[in-house]
Design a binder for this molecule. Structure first.
Ligand code: APR
Ligand code: PHB
Length: 412
């Protein structure tokens, strides 16, 4: 006997042994990171069904330590779908950011020069946690530990996703597929050869980062340009600091004791800032590679790329998560119009519209990276130009305003 149960337009058909072999939904989402979770949440509150297929466990996803400098567009988007309460309680609103160079530190007044715009510091892991909780509370369907997720029939009106779980093959039929599966996901690989152009720049250095249960160096972030290399002082909570120093792209993390890290960090900061650094044991130490990457277009048939699946930015401008949310904003608008009135224009224009903003964030992230890092520079000319740009930038209201408009986030 075949038992069929209707779960809010998701048809679960079970075979004689009760195995789930067929499901229908409106949007099949690959990836349970911030982009996939937020897309599912926005679709849900607009009456559109989705299913998320995630290859890792929830614990693994929530174990990823990542930056969290959130643009106002991001926090507003989360609030609109009832995922903003904890950010409003625990997020740290920053009205400024600091640039350190030449032994001094200059505060850039974000709020003052952008008509009151700010950024919120709140770990990406916490954003992901909040989204998981919201999805669970609203009955969201998130299938973890899926293997071999494969998109099918993308150029038809009935695309599908197959996947393996517990040794069985399952199939989900949907109207659209959202590949929110990150840089190493399967979505972008599903584009037939010749249908995708990619642009990439791999930087010849990385960031060695630590977390420590210490008081942050400053109540706002400090980005430092130093002849020994870039340095960043950030934070997660009142007594949870996040620090980075520029190292070689293939640096051996194990070669860095805590003592060596703290010593190098302090050597790259202005003396008065270094004197205030509270040192302590690292609870996490890792190497972050720096890369710029964009894939064009962001859609193939009824599959759409969103978030890291379509682009990567170096973390210097703190744009990764913010760009993912902007993509989801545009894609969800297109899907809501389609299901609401049959208007396909938002879906047709998604790629072009998202890429216009993606490239502006790519430019800003590249510019911040080239301005703040020690670059290969035989005769020192490059270093002198960097210093001149920093002196000009911090002495020009117009130049600082341009930095701030990008740092707080360009409009959607
Ligand atoms: N099948 C199922 N899930 C997959 C697959 C696959 N083939 N490939 C990847 N995934 C999952 C990953 O396990 C991950 O949980 O997709 C998710 C992608 O999440 P992210 O990599 O966090 O990407 P995104 O949601 O776009 O968020 C972008 O994450 O990497 C940071 O700096 C980036 O802050 C930005 C944010
Ligand atoms: C971080 O806190 O990890 C962080 C902050 C700002 C960045 C990058 C990383 O630009």
């Amino acid at each position: 006997m075949r038992l069929t149960c209707l779960v809010r337009r998701k048809i679960m058909v079970r075979d004689e042994r009760g195995r789930g072999v067929q499901m229908k939904t409106q949007v099949g989402i690959i990836g349970g990171g911030p982009a996939g979770l937020l897309l599912s949440q926005i679709l849900h509150v607009n009456g559109i069904d989705s299913v998320i297929l995630e290859r890792q466990t929830r614990e693994y996803v929530l174990g990823r330590i990542r930056a969290g400098v959130l643009e106002q567009g991001l926090t507003d988007t989360l609030r609109r779908v009832d995922v903003g309460d904890r950010i409003d309680r625990e997020g740290q609103v920053h009205g400024g950011v600091n640039l350190a160079f030449g032994g001094r530190m200059v505060r850039i007044d974000l709020e003052g020069l952008t008509g009151g715009k700010t950024v919120t510091v709140y770990g990406q892991t916490e954003v992901t946690r909040d989204l998981y909780e919201a999805r669970d509370a609203m009955g969201g369907v998130i299938i973890d530990e899926t293997e071999d997720v494969t998109p099918h029939d993308l150029t038809t009106d009935t695309p599908a996703l197959s996947y393996r779980k517990d040794g069985e093959v399952h199939r989900i039929e949907c109207d659209f597929v959202a590949a929110c599966d990150g840089f190493h996901g399967v979505g972008r690989q599903s584009f037939p050869s010749g249908s995708l152009k990619t642009y990439e720049k791999v930087y010849p250095f990385g960031w060695l980062g630590i977390l420590s249960r210490t008081k942050p160096a400053n109540h706002e972030l400090i980005y430092g340009n130093h002849e020994r290399g870039f340095v960043l002082c950030s934070m997660r909570e009142e007594r949870l600091s996040r620090y980075y120093v520029q190292v070689a792209a293939d640096e051996d993390v194990d070669a860095w004791s805590d003592e060596r890290f703290w010593d190098e960090l302090c050597r790259r900061l202005p003396e008065d800032v270094a004197a205030g650094i509270e040192q302590g044991p690292s609870i996490e130490k890792s190497l972050t590679p720096l890369r710029s990457f964009v894939a064009e277009p962001l859609n193939y048939g009824r599959l759409f790329l969103a978030g890291d699946a379509g682009h990567i930015v170096p973390p210097t401008g703190a744009k990764g998560l913010n760009l993912a949310v902007a993509d989801v904003h545009y894609l969800s608008e297109g899907l809501i119009s389609y299901y609401g009135s049959g208007d396909e224009s938002g879906l047709r224009s998604y790629s072009k519209r998202a890429l216009r903003r993606i490239w502006k964030a790519e430019r800003f992230s590249w510019w911040m990276t080239m301005l703040m890092h020690k670059l290969a520079d035989d005769d020192g000319f490059g270093g002198k130009v960097q210093r001149a740009e920093l002196e000009y930038l911090t002495g020009s209201q117009a130049a600082m305003t341009a930095l701030e408009e990008n740092y707080v986030g360009l409009p959607y």
